[in-house]
Design a protein around this ligand. Structure first.
Ligand SMILES: Cc1ncc(COP(=O)(O)O)c(C=O)c1O
Length: 447
């Protein structure tokens, strides 16, 4: 076992300092985000997150799939510090910025497809999606957009129109952007059509062609299909390769743009720079955020020169492509290319194998899935009925927190494992052993 100084829980949780902050937060901070547990963070380094009471946690969330290079990587700190000493801001909306140009060139090279691409820089995943939405309409002059149930694309009005993940995210915000049509995703563990995987004739795509496009939606009015290559917030759902292949072909047949939302699955997380590469897909537009700049706010929407040919004034952002964030992104990409992507593939293969062993032992695990370090275990009441076990799932996450392991949920009753890509086998073993203790505790309280 490792000699790391984490996890190390010294106080009851939340500790006295955290409790004080939580009271102040309640009074002064918007309560609109769902916090998973009372973790008030003071500092973080590598895989470890320290709270304001000096409890040290092992981070299997990467701050929600953001800190792919680990927390406060020394090369990221050096790049940010040196850039901050040179230039912090001179808006890319009105002026030129060498780092934006350099990063755009790099994204053109690393995004799928040999063609030259252009990048638009924003500050968040939702902004990247908003940009893609506007660009798709602008380029095609078509209005309809197709997205998927359980999709999460962000919470600004345009992105929210595509999101269909949880009711609370949409409740009281309607009406959203019209002409967004949601259809079932290839969630084979719970096939919408009740079909058996590999024997389904890709009904979730053929239905679009044979039913949707013949009854309700004229394909020549469809601008784009927005798809998470692997669904993120919706449950880390990995579709079969044929799904993306068939969907992509459909978009070719009707001149529809294929927009891959890689906000969560991108930047090395799945063991390749982009999850699209696992599926041999070259998206028309790709949205990137989260892991791109190791924690600084930055997003990119990337498309070919032909698609991203809108007129000056069509779209811009004051802060987007900030030089400090761009410099952090360039260093992040270098670290990913220099070994972290390979490590994600290697450690991910180890963890999924171990999770599958737990799946065979513990009846509460209905499904284990994922790619690289984008992994999930779906918690169920019964393996046969697959009934969602939301409370059991939440109790496992809370128990893990009390033992110093940070996990997050996703979907209706899954637990996601998305640690920084610097993870070692020792870190993985610590997390797996805590997770197993929590499974045992959940089983004891359940039966
Ligand atoms: C696939 C995907 N798209 C978009 C977003 C929105 O990103 P942000 O929260 O940075 O706006 C997320 C966030 O979880 C996401 O997972």
């Amino acid at each position: 076992m490792a000699t790391n100084n984490y996890p190390c829980i010294r106080t009851k949780l939340p500790g006295p300092n955290a409790t004080q902050y939580l009271e102040r937060e309640k009074k002064f901070v918007s309560p609109s985000s769902t916090k998973t547990y009372p973790l008030v963070v003071k500092s973080a380094k590598g895989m470890a997150v320290t709270d304001v009471d000096d409890n040290v946690f092992l981070d299997f969330t990467s701050g929600v799939a953001v800190c792919n290079t680990g927390h406060n990587h020394e090369q990221i700190i050096a790049s940010i510090s040196s850039q901050a000493n040179t230039l912090i801001h001179m808006s890319g909306a009105d002026f030129y910025n060498p780092l934006q140009i350099q990063l755009a060139e790099k994204l053109s090279a690393i995004c799928p497809g040999p063609h030259t691409k252009r990048a638009f820089f924003g500050n968040s995943g939702a902004e990247a999606v908003e940009t893609a939405f506007k660009l798709a309409r602008y380029h095609t002059k078509r209005s309809i957009v197709i997205a998927f149930y359980n999709a999460f694309h962000g919470r600004t009005m345009g992105a929210l129109s595509l999101t269909a993940s949880k009711l609370n995210q949409r409740k009281h915000f309607l009406p959203l952007i019209p002409e967004v049509i949601h259809i079932p995703y290839a969630y084979c563990y719970r096939c919408h059509y009740g079909l058996t995987p590999n024997k389904c004739n890709m009904t979730c795509v053929t239905w679009i062609r044979e039913e949707l496009f013949k009854t309700k939606v004229p394909p020549e009015d469809v601008a784009a299909i927005f798809v998470e290559v692997i669904q993120g917030e919706g449950g880390y759902v990995v579709p079969p390769k044929e799904f993306h292949k068939a969907l992509y072909q459909l978009t070719r047949d009707y001149n529809i743009l294929y927009v891959a939302d890689e906000v969560q699955s991108g930047m090395g997380r799945t063991g390749k720079m982009f999850a699209s590469e696992h599926f041999d897909i070259v998206p028309d537009i790709i949205t990137i955020a989260k892991g791109i700049a190791s924690g600084l706010p930055l997003s990119a929407t990337v498309a070919s020169e032909k698609i991203m040919n809108w007129l000056p004034g069509s779209h811009a952002s004051t802060f987007g492509g900030n030089p400090v964030a761009c410099q952090a992104a360039l260093t992040t990409i270098k670290l990913l290319e220099d070994g972290l992507i390979d490590n994600a593939a290697k450690q991910g293969a180890y963890i999924i194998n171990e999770l599958k062993k737990l799946e065979r032992t513990y009846p509460v695990i209905g499904d284990v899935r994922g790619m690289g370090l984008m992994l999930a275990a779906e918690i169920v009441k019964d393996k046969e009925t697959k009934e969602y076990a939301l409370e059991v799932r939440d109790s496992i996450i809370q128990k893990a927190f009390s033992k110093g392991l940070l996990l997050l949920g996703c979907g209706r009753s899954a637990i996601r494992f998305c640690p920084p890509l610097i993870l070692t086998k020792d870190d993985a073993d610590i997390a797996l052993s805590i997770f197993e203790e929590c499974l045992k505790a959940a089983m004891r309280s359940k039966f």
